[in-house]
Design a protein around this ligand. Sequence first.
Ligand SMILES: [Zn+2]
Length: 122
Amino acid sequence: MKRELEELLFSRYPKILEGCQQEGLGIADGWFTLVDTLCRDLQHLTDNGRGAQVKAYQVKAKFAQLRFYAGGGDSFQKGMIYMASQLASRTCEECGAPGEPCERDYAWFILCPVHAQSRSSK
Ligand SMILES: [Zn+2]
């Protein structure tokens, strides 16, 4: 992920993401809006007394899936994290357009048709 996008997430959601500062966020730019929306709504619930403080300790892509490892959430918040992960599995990691799993050099990515094409021509 671009440094400035990562910094934006860290500055917007310090309570959720402070445990990830050291390692950084291991995701590509196309998932920025998903993670931004997830963290925004998680923090909104907490700030309005309707949810526990979620604290992520690792956020990364693994086997073309968004892994948002966190503690502190209730079942509703865990459902939000689950849903964001499900949406990520259909969202291009490069640009955020609808995508699907693609294998490149023995690794899996979620890519839209445009980025699936550009990665295969390397
Ligand atoms: Zn794309």
